[in-house]
Write a protein that binds this ligand. Structure first.
Ligand code: SF4
Length: 452
C-alpha cells in the first residue's frame, strides 16, 4: 500500500481487512501512469478482429502503430484486419483539417482492397480539430456502396471502457441489415471472444456438437455479413462483459434478444457456459448432449491435471487483466490447482465485480482497480508471487522482478479457453513457475539469503 498515491488508495482493497468500499470506474489519476489504454485503443481491441473490414485510423501515425495488429486475432479466411491503415495526419492537416485526406484515403483503400465494410477510427487530434467523420463516411458510403462507419473513439474522452462503447455503437449500425432466413431457433451469437489463438474455433465446435448454431462471432474471426444478420440469433452469449455487454443490451432493446454472461476459461466456467446455453433453450436432447460433451472432455482432462496440481500446490499467483470477469475464472482455475491468488485486479472492473471478487478470495488478497507499474511492483514484492498473469504491459514488470509470467492477453499464441485451453494454461503456468531460471534471479537470492 505504501507505493500507492493518497488519491489512489480508495481503489485498493484487501480482502477481509476492512468493509468493502472500493472506488472504481472513474478516470485514471493524472500522473499515476495507469496501465489502462485510451478510448481509441479500447475500440480497436473490439473491432479489430472483424477480418473482412477495412480499419482506417484517422490520426497521427503513432495511434495506428500503437494498435497495429493489436491482438494478432486469427482469421479462418480474409486477413484485411491485420493491415493497419492510417491517414497519418501532419501539422498542415491539423491546421487546415483532415477531411480531404480522409476521403481520399478511404476511396483509395476501398478500391484497392474491396472490403465488406470500413471502420474509420477517430483519435485525440481529430476530436480537437473537429473533422466531421460522420459526413465523410456518409459521402464515401454512398459512392462505394459499402457500409462506412465512423468510430467515435477520441482517445481523451474517457477511459478504455468508453472505447468499448464506441465500438459497440459502430457495430450496432451493421446489425439488422442482413437476411436472417434459415437461422435455427437454437442459435446464438458469441460476444466478447477475440480469437487470439483459435479459441473461437474451439468454442464454436463445442456449441455445434451440442446442436446450437452460431450465427456470428462478435468479434473474433468476425465477418461483416455475419454481424449484419446477427439479430436473427435467439440468444447472445457474452464473455468479457466489459467490452460487448453494451451491444448485448442494445440488441435486447432493439431486437428482443436475451443475453447471458459466461466465461470460457477454466473447467468449471467452461462447463457452466455450455449448461447455461443448454438450459436457456430448455431442450432435453440439447441438455443430454451437453452433459455427454462435458463428461467426455473431463475424462480426458482431469487425469492429466493431477501431475500439475501436485507440483504447483501452494504456489502464489497474481492476476491483472483488462476486464474483471476474466479474473473470476482465473481465480477458480488457480484454486483447482491448489494455488493461492494473492492479488487480483483489472483495468475496467465494476463495483459489483470487485465486490464479488472480494467474496471469493482469501483474506489478505489485494484487489485493485486501474493500477500502475509502481503499485504492481510493490504488490508483487510484498506477496512474493511465483507467477503473474497479465498482458503485454505487465510482462516487463514481472521479468524485472524475476517473477514467472503468463500472458493472458494480446501476445499469447496458445489457446487458453475451453477444456483443451485449461490444459495449455496449466502447462504454461507449470513451465513458468518451475523454470530453473528463477534460481538465478534477485527475488530468489533474497529468499535464500543471497546464496545459490
Ligand atoms: S488516440 Fe490519443 S491517447 Fe490514444 S493513442 Fe492516439 S494520441 Fe494516444
Amino acid at each position: 500500500m505504501e507505493a500507492a498515491l493518497k488519491e489512489r488508495q480508495a481503489q485498493i482493497h484487501r480482502t477481509g481487512e476492512e468493509p468493502f468500499n472500493l472506488i472504481c470506474n472513474k478516470d485514471s489519476l493524472a500522473g499515476a501512469v495507469s496501465q489502462r489504454a485510451c478510448v481509441f485503443c479500447g475500440s480497436r481491441v473490439v473491432l479489430y478482429p472483424i477480418a473482412d473490414a477495412l480499419h482506417l485510423v484517422h490520426g497521427p501515425i503513432g495511434c495506428a502503430v500503437y494498435t497495429w495488429d493489436i491482438r494478432g486475432a486469427l482469421s479462418s479466411g480474409p486477413e484485411l484486419h491485420r493491415l493497419s491503415f492510417s491517414t497519418d495526419l501532419q501539422e498542415m492537416d491539423v491546421i487546415f483539417g483532415g477531411e480531404k485526406k480522409l476521403t481520399a484515403a478511404l476511396r483509395e483503400l476501398i478500391d484497392r482492397h474491396s472490403p465488406k465494410a470500413a471502420f474509420v477510427y477517430s483519435t485525440c487530434i481529430v476530436g480537437i480539430i473537429g473533422d466531421d467523420l460522420e459526413a465523410v463516411c456518409k459521402k464515401v458510403e454512398d459512392e462505394k456502396g459499402i457500409p462506412v462507419i465512423p468510430v467515435q473513439s477520441e482517445g481523451f474522452k474517457g477511459n478504455k471502457r468508453a472505447g468499448y462503447t464506441a465500438a459497440c455503437n459502430a457495430m450496432a449500425r451493421l446489425i439488422g441489415t442482413g437476411d436472417t432466413t434459415g437461422i435455427s431457433p437454437y442459435s446464438i451469437n458469441i460476444l466478447g471472444d477475440f480469437n487470439l489463438a483459435g479459441e473461437i474455433w474451439m468454442i464454436r465446435d463445442y456449441f455445434e456438437r451440442i446442436g446450437v448454431e452460431v450465427v456470428a462471432n462478435i468479434t473474433g474471426d468476425g465477418r461483416v455479413a455475419d454481424l449484419q444478420r446477427s439479430h436473427g440469433a435467439a440468444l447472445n452469449v457474452v464473455q468479457c462483459s466489459g467490452s460487448t455487454m453494451d451491444l448485448a443490451r442494445m440488441m435486447e432493446d432493439e431486437y428482443n434478444i436475451p443475453s447471458i454472461r459466461v466465461s470460457y476459461f477454466g473447467v468449471e466456467d467452461m462447463a457452466q457456459a455450455l449448461y447455461d446455453v443448454a438450459n436457456h433453450f430448455k431442450d432435453a436432447d440439447l441438455l443430454r448432449r451437453t452433459t455427454e460433451l462435458v463428461r467426455e472432455e473431463l475424462e480426458v482432462l482431469l487425469p492429466r491435471l493431477e501431475f500439475y496440481k501436485e507440483a504447483l500446490a501452494g504456489k502464489k499467483a497474481a492476476i491483472y487483466v483488462g476486464g474483471s470477469f476474466k479474473a473470476f475464472s482465473l481465480v477458480k482455475a488457480f484454486r483447482l490447482l491448489g494455488m493461492d491468488v494473492v492479488m487480483v485486479g483489472s483495468q475496467t472492473g465494476t463495483e459489483q465485480e470487485y465486490r464479488e471478487l472480494a467474496e471469493i478470495t482469501d483474506p489478505g488478497t489485494i484487489i485493485v482497480d486501474d493500477t500502475n507499474p509502481l503499485e504492481l511492483t510493490s504488490f508483487l514484492e510484498e506477496k512474493q508471487v511465483d507467477i503473474f498473469v497479465g498482458g503485454v504491459k505487465e510482462r516487463p514488470i514481472a521479468y524485472k522482478l524475476g517473477v514467472g509470467f503468463c500472458d493472458h492477453n494480446h501476445e499469447r499464441k496458445e489457446a487458453l479457453a475451453g477444456f483443451a485451453g485449461m490444459l495449455n494454461f496449466v502447462e504454461e503456468v507449470y513451465l513458468s513457475v518451475m523454470s530453473p531460471v528463477w534460481r538465478f534471479t534477485k527475488r530468489c537470492k533474497k529468499e535464500v539469503g543471497g546464496a545459490l
